[in-house]
Ligand binder design. Structure first.
Ligand code: IVH
Length: 675
């Protein structure tokens, strides 16, 4: 392929990928399958690897892989990000409408047009586009200055990297709320509990914690979304109304919450608040109220702002949904990696239209923090909504009959010793063969996003493990028809179907297998990265820690966890058994690192470089398939010597390793990158 052809195809692919991104992440209505999308992305990555001179900051490949930061730079907003006055009742809203009319010298009977919106509960951010390209993204901070978190925000797929219209504004600050959907929040906390990591109190904290990560590869693994609701400074575009702002942002490819409404007069706005007070629980993300904004921008300007909030807008807060009930018992569940999770069994109580009968207590620290005992009366709240929380103990209702809860020192399932590891909040059963852990690992292995073995639900996994027919996920592939027929309520048709589905899963894409192994910190997206990079399980399994950690999009913690997983004998045994059963362990099209110009090279820099920062040089080495290393060893293949080299230069000479100077290094990389 000529340079010219590559450039054309790269541009074509970027348009296609961003279009499908938009269909999937903004419109929630994909037109192509995940596999087709992955293939487009793979093709683009390969072309950009071969022709790095065409990599641009708005390429979809640039959403992941920025090197970690030491600190966040500060970012000064051109127009401050204000907060809102609050209304807690309909009277407060009527008073707000009156205040506005008085300020504008209007008659009480006149009607003001409002734009009513949902108030999303997340983290406020400002996205800066210069000539249509996303150049900065920042948190609100104190309203005037925030933290610049551009690499992190770029990992959020519903944030456009460019405004795809013929004449985009020369400069615009788009304001929005980064949120985490309730189901993604629950999944994240479930994983964190499993790993013994501290939990996020609610989706808002989870979203904020994820955006404020110095290592954007961690943000990339969190499922975040955005709703844009306004603009700050704007050059080259005029808006007349808030309604038009929302419509325009939507037409430019931004994700805008669809539930906004034009209201003629405060009564209609109050009606909007009433409706959403009733049904906001049904939304898949959290909202803590509505925002009522004067629709006309001219009137907004006339009204101006108070010290910290505009006169023209107000937040109506939904009342908190809480209930009171009694804890009947506290039971302990055992997760995939042996984590013990205490769960409160509640006397059923209705909160906001849903009956609650269980609430997670997360871990022992949480029980201590709440001071909760069995038989206590407690306040329960729907926060993450599906999994309710206990917020407080009603100590005034104590009778003296309450019973202290103690975490068991034996696993409630297998009776093995439990341990609490240093720096972890969770207790774990350390018996790898504990039936609870075995079952959880197999549930995960067979689950939809992993090996996707249809029909193999928890119920059958339980029966297979309990009857001794399987001891690990690989045993699934050795099951025979007569084995399955031994199970209660298993007919021949069902058994054949199940065996068929197990058989089919042998040919899954590699990332599914990697994800299914249940490596700590490896979610589906990391599994895809690994599959793409290594092309086979064998290569991944034998990769060095350095090789794993240099993959763009994989940070040090994740890298360490992957490396350690493959050093465990039982994990290697499982993989061997899967392989013998005929489970496919390679990617169809191999994108092996050997195709890259510096593949197999371990390169060390010593001394100062004149033409670029060392980190930049290392980044280039990694991009070209080499492994940048910090110290010289026998495995080092090349040492680049800058000004005033240190002891590494000595060592290279002692070990007889090839050395080159900066000029030679530049020569070497010039065909592939612009320097
Ligand atoms: S308008 C000057 N609209 O609520 C106007 N804010 O206290 C300021 N929020 O954290 C904000 N949804 O990010 C506006 N539809 C919406 C909103 C919204 C959520 C957040 C905002 C900020 C807080 C304002």
């Amino acid at each position: 392929m000529t340079e010219e052809e590559a450039k054309k195809r790269i541009e074509e692919l970027r348009k296609l990928i961003e279009y499908h991104n938009y269909r999937y992440y903004v419109l929630d209505s994909p037109e192509i399958s995940d596999a087709e999308y992955d293939a487009l992305m793979r093709e683009l990555m390969e072309l950009e690897e071969k022709f790095p001179q065409f990599i641009t900051p708005d390429s979809p490949t640039q959403r992941v892989g920025a090197p970690p930061l030491e600190v966040f730079p500060t970012y000064r907003h051109r127009v401050p990000m204000l907060s809102l006055q609050n209304a807690f009742s309909e009277e407060d809203l009527i008073a707000f409408d009156r205040r506005i009319k008085r300020f504008l010298g209007m008659d009480e009977k006149e009607i003001i047009e409002y734009c009513a919106e949902l108030k999303m509960d997340g983290l406020a951010v400002s996205l800066v586009y210069e000539n249509g390209i996303l150049t900065h993204g920042a948190t609100r901070g104190d309203g005037f200055e925030g933290e610049e978190v551009t690499p992190n925000l770029k990992t959020i797929r519903s944030i456009p990297l460019r405004i795809n219209i013929p004449n985009p504004p020369a400069f615009i600050e788009v304001r929005g709320e980064v949120i985490m959907h309730k189901k993604d929040f629950e999944e994240l906390n479930r994983q964190r509990a499993e790993m013994g990591e501290p939990l996020f109190a609610n989706p808002r904290n989870a979203a904020a914690g994820s955006v404020r990560q110095l290592d954007s590869s961690i943000t990339a693994q969190r499922k975040l979304d955005i709703f844009c609701y306004g603009i700050g400074y704007c050059e080259g575009y005029e808006f007349q109304t808030q309604y038009q702002v929302l419509e325009t942002l939507r037409s430019w490819g931004f994700k805008v919450n669809p539930h906004f409404r034009l209201c003629k007069g405060i009564e209609e706005a109050i009606e909007y608040c009433r409706e959403w007070t009733e049904k906001h629980h049904e939304l898949p993300y959290e909202t803590d109220g509505t925002v009522i904004k004067v629709n006309s921008i001219a009137l907004q300007n006339e009204l101006g702002t108070l010290a910290r909030s505009p006169r023209w807008a107000i937040a109506f807060k939904f009342p908190a949904e809480q209930g009171i009930t009694q804890i009947e018992d506290i039971i302990v569940q055992v997760g995939r990696t042996g984590t013990l999770t205490p769960v409160a069994v509640l006397k059923p109580v209705e909160v906001g239209g849903v009956t609650i009968s269980r609430a997670t207590l997360h871990n022992e620290d949480e029980i201590k923090r709440l001071g909760v005992k069995i038989k206590d009366w407690v306040v329960v709240q729907r926060a993450g909504e599906v999994i309710p929380e206990i917020v407080a103990v009603v100590t005034s209702r104590r009778t003296g009959e309450e019973i202290d809860f103690k975490m068991p020192d034996k696993c409630p399932v297998c009776g093995s010793q439990v341990v609490r590891l240093p720096d972890e909040v969770a207790y774990r059963c350390i018996n790898y063969s504990c039936p609870a852990q075995v079952k959880e690992r197999i549930y995960h292995f067979a689950s939809r996003d992993a090996m996707n073995i249809e029909g193999l639900g928890k119920e059958w996994v339980d029966k297979l493990v309990d009857s001794g027919l399987i001891k690990d996920a690989a045993d699934l592939y050795y099951l025979k028809l007569w084995d399955l027929l031994k199970l209660e309520r298993m007919g021949e048709r069902l058994a054949r179907k199940l065996l068929d589905n197990i058989e089919k899963s042998k040919n899954n894409e590699l990332y599914r297998l990697i994800y299914a192994l249940g490596i700590r910190h490896v979610g589906e997206s990391t599994a895809r990265l690994l599959a793409q990079h290594f092309g086979s399980l064998e290569r991944l399994m034998n990769a060095s820690l350095e090789e794993i950690a240099q993959i763009p999009g994989i940070g040090p913690v994740v890298g360490e966890s992957i490396y350690r997983f493959f050093r465990e004998p039982h994990n290697r045994e499982l993989i061997e058994k899967l392989k013998k059963a005929g489970v496919k362990m390679t990617e169809e099209e191999k994108v092996g690192p050997e195709e890259k110009p510096l593949a197999g090279q371990r390169i060390v820099f010593t001394g100062a470089l004149r033409s670029m920062e060392r980190s930049k040089a290392e980044e280039i080495v990694a991009k070209l398939g080499g492994i940048p290393s910090s110290s010289v060893s026998r495995n080092t293949t090349l040492v680049v010597v800058g000004e005033n080299p240190g002891s590494k230069y000595q060592r290279a000479i002692e070990l007889g390793i090839k050395t080159i100077n900066e000029e030679e290094f530049l020569e070497m990389i010039r065909p592939y990158v612009e320097v």
